[in-house]
Design a protein around this ligand. Structure first.
Ligand SMILES: Cc1cc2nc3c(=O)[nH]c(=O)nc-3n(C[C@H](O)[C@H](O)[C@H](O)COP(=O)(O)OP(=O)(O)OC[C@H]3O[C@@H](n4cnc5c(N)ncnc54)[C@H](O)[C@@H]3O)c2cc1C
Length: 465
């Protein structure tokens, strides 16, 4: 009988369970939290209080892992909003407002993180019969050559759980480096690039008529030589708005309600503050400082043990401003599914092949996030190198072109949503768009329709202040 044990029932964990289920007789997913039977906040997922956009690349990977289930449809039925990036979003980029186009472009799902976890976990259990078990992994069994299971601490005492394959999906707090050292495996290098970003989030009741107003983002500017400041209003299930403000080192957002509103109004465009100025808050303001880009180079360890795979945040985390973590987790699980589908969970070299494959989406997301974060004042762990200057000059020109070119905007969004790899931005037609710059005059202000402008004016309580 073949068994896989997954540590962590977050998104990476349950998708890893879906990936390996066809190749084993039993999948046990361990979580140290009691998991709620509803979309609710829980201790093991502190980031769940903050805005999470589920990009189209990640949604597509999730659906591919669960054929016939249609997770996207389940999320929409549970109240998630599907937003067309090129048409249904208001985005103030570093180079100015992006126009709204008639074509949709990639779509993103906008809902609470708790809803994503609950819907996907439920779908995985139903489709694969994976068992979710309450228990905390405290170490690995086996030796430097092969991992053979997990040490578990649970309410009924400590135990050992044997496995043919162990997946560490225990998130950014993973103890994998120490656990590997316990087996005699060394050389797992780690790197961290930290802009010092602090996220402050509050949920509001969405005012009547808000369902026809676009998701609104004011991006931070890494290139101004000042701390980055950003804001976002995203619709979530239950007619609510989740509002996140972000500030890098030296520009952190406050936690008091007046300061929160003031900060939103003082962003490069006041739209986020205007939208929430009269809205009814439903929660306190919550902070997150878990925002560094940190990765473990599992693919580079010379003697990686058989029987162990590391995915999701346990492998790499990214500045959340770029909205990539869940999608990278899903793409990593897809690599695991492909590799186990080829030769089974015990095929020699499987774990190493998975780590090499999973490094692909990690590299892409890392380049996008770190390429911008290195420019923030006070960033720790990296400095701009000559190559960064070149890449930055190109991506700024691409963004500038996107203020008046559909093709440039589509290329930007294809990469940002992980629907395409970074090579998408250097395709000949995109290069041409970059060379041409904006073909149409860029928007001179917020690109709102007449009815959206009326809605904004009707909810704005700041006028005359
Ligand atoms: C403020 C913020 C905003 C973000 N916004 C976005 C966004 O917009 N879009 C996006 O795609 N990503 C976003 N992310 C990133 C996203 O949250 C992560 O990439 C994603 O949660 C990774 O999932 P995971 O399953 O790897 O880890 P987690 O979701 O952290 O899950 C880890 C699980 O492991 C369990 N666990 C931990 N240790 C043990 C143990 N020893 N034994 C058993 N169980 C254990 C925990 O209880 C938890 O359930 C954001 C992150 C932050 C901090």
């Amino acid at each position: 009988m073949r068994r896989a044990v997954v540590i962590g029932a977050g998104l990476a964990g349950v998708l890893a369970a879906a990936a390996v289920a066809p190749g084993v007789d039993e999948v046990v997913v361990l979580d140290s939290d009691e998991l709620p039977d509803a979309p609710a906040h829980r201790r093991g997922l502190p980031q769940g209080r903050h805005a999470h956009l589920f990009m189209s690349g990640g949604v597509a990977a999730t659906d591919a892992l669960l054929p016939g289930v249609d997770v996207r449809r389940r999320l929409l039925d549970a109240g998630a909003h599907e937003i067309a990036a090129l048409r249904g979003m208001l985005v103030r980029s570093t180079e100015g407002w992006l126009p709204r186009w008639r074509h949709d472009g990639p779509r993103v799902l906008s809902c609470s993180r708790a809803l994503v976890d609950w819907v996907v976990r439920d779908a995985v259990v139903e489709a694969t019969g994976a068992e979710i078990r309450h228990g905390k992994a405290t170490g690995l069994l086996g030796d430097a050559g092969r991992v053979r299971g997990v040490r578990v601490s649970a309410a009924d005492g400590d135990s050992e759980l044997a496995a043919d394959l162990v997946v560490d999906a225990s998130g950014r707090g993973s103890r994998i480096t120490r656990w590997l050292e316990g087996l005699g495996v060394s050389g797992l290098q780690e790197r961290s690039v930290d802009s010092g970003l602090v996220n402050a989030t509050r949920v509001y009741r969405a005012p009547a008529g808000a369902d026809r107003f676009p998701l609104t983002v004011v991006h931070a500017d890494p290139y101004a030589g000042l701390p980055g400041r950003s804001g976002m209003v995203m619709p979530i299930e239950g007619e609510r708005w989740m509002v996140s403000l972000g500030g890098t080192r030296g520009g952190e957002p406050p936690t008091d309600p007046e300061g929160f509103l003031r900060y939103a109004l003082e962003l490069p465009d006041p739209i986020v503050g205007r939208l929430i100025s009269g809205a009814e808050p439903l929660t306190d303001i919550h902070l997150s400082r878990s925002t560094s880009n940190t990765r473990r180079y599992a693919e580079k360890v010379r003697e990686w043990p058989e029987g162990l795979v590391v995915l999701g945040d346990a492998l790499a985390t990214f500045n959340p401003a770029y909205g990539q973590g869940m999608s990278v987790a899903a793409l990593g699980a897809q690599v695991l599914a492909k590799e186990t589908g080829r030769g089974g969970v015990t095929s020699p070299g499987l774990a190493r092949r998975v780590q090499r494959g999973a490094a692909g989406p990690v590299n892409a997301a890392w380049a996008l996030a770190v390429g911008q974060d290195v420019w923030y004042p006070g960033v720790r762990g990296a400095r701009p190198r000559p190559a960064d200057r070149l890449v930055t000059a190109y991506s700024r020109r691409l963004t500038k072109a996107a203020t008046g070119s559909y093709r440039a905007g589509a290329a930007l969004w294809d990469v940002a949503s992980l629907s395409a790899g970074p090579e998408r931005v250097v395709r000949p037609r995109t290069l041409l768009s970059v060379l041409n710059g904006p073909l149409l005059p860029p928007p001179t202000g917020v690109p709102l329709t007449e009815s959206e402008r009326k809605f904004l004016n009707s909810v704005d309580r700041t006028e005359g202040d």
